[in-house]
Design a protein around this ligand. Structure first.
Ligand SMILES: [Fe+2]
Length: 248
């Protein structure tokens, strides 16, 4: 089972180029690369919109995702509106209050798709996660926008971390088996392992952030996607890059 992950699209309105980056072309180029990798499934892990969740941006993204020859799933990031997003993608049946989270099997692997768009999980969502972990005994895959571990990226760890990181870690650490977490948000490529949690952070389709500075600094403008292969308990993962598109 091959899953592609892309993240942090930060799409703006048509004709807008945030930081002089052609974010729409970046997304279309990455999608082309995803198709070449011929995955069985695609997961887009949040921050679809440059600043705030807008229906017209979701509609544009959806119009391209619908053309893919394989199924896809989506979760929200802190630059998304979970309700507008779920409605625009006709996934409103997954809304619980104003959060958009769900579980499903991809192939034989049980996957959780969480909503950290507020920067934390509601109490109800944490209860739901605990119930999910209780009813499973096998290794799990979790897709969530924010990394649930400190990741050695000083700017993001200090300024924009998951606010209930410790609480969610405790829930994951109580699980008797392994949890592979695939996140975005930090705009870096990183793997962090802590006990039964293996966290893989996937680079953005926007720009990457320096892993050495506590102030905001761009590392580079290449854009990335991750391939994940799940095969009988093994988890293989590779990141592929393309040159990003700038306008001068
Ligand atoms: Fe984010």
């Amino acid at each position: 089972m091959k899953i592609a992950q892309i993240t942090d699209l930060h799409i703006d309105l048509d004709g807008e180029y945030p930081f002089n980056i052609d974010v729409r072309k970046n997304f279309l180029d990455i999608l082309e690369l995803v198709v070449k990798e011929s995955p069985d499934h695609l997961v887009v892990t949040g921050d679809f919109c440059v600043e705030n969740g807008l229906e017209e941006i979701y509609l544009w993204i959806r119009s391209h995702l619908e053309l893919l020859p394989f199924p896809y799933d989506i979760i929200a990031g802190n630059h998304d509106d979970s309700v507008i997003m779920a409605n625009t993608f006709e996934m409103e049946h997954f809304l619980k209050d104003d959060e958009f989270y769900f579980a499903k099997k991809i192939g034989r692997t049980h996957c959780l798709f969480l909503d950290t768009s507020k920067g934390f999980h509601s109490e109800n969502q944490v209860k739901w996660i605990k119930r999910q972990l209780k009813s499973n005994t096998e290794d799990l895959v979790v897709f969530m926008h924010h990394p649930p571990l400190e990741s050695g990226v000083p700017f993001m760890d200090k300024k924009y971390p998951l606010q209930d990181m410790k609480a969610i870690q405790k829930v994951f650490l109580n699980y008797p088996n392994n949890i592979s977490v695939f996140s975005g948000h930090y705009h870096v490529e990183k793997t962090v392992v802590y006990k039964n949690i293996t966290l893989m952070i996937t680079p953005a389709c926007y720009f990457q952030i320096s892993q050495n500075t506590s102030e905001f600094s761009v590392d580079h403008h290449r854009i990335g996607m991750r391939m994940i292969e799940l095969d009988g308990g093994m988890v293989y993962s590779t990141v592929r890059y393309l040159d990003g598109n700038s306008v001068v």
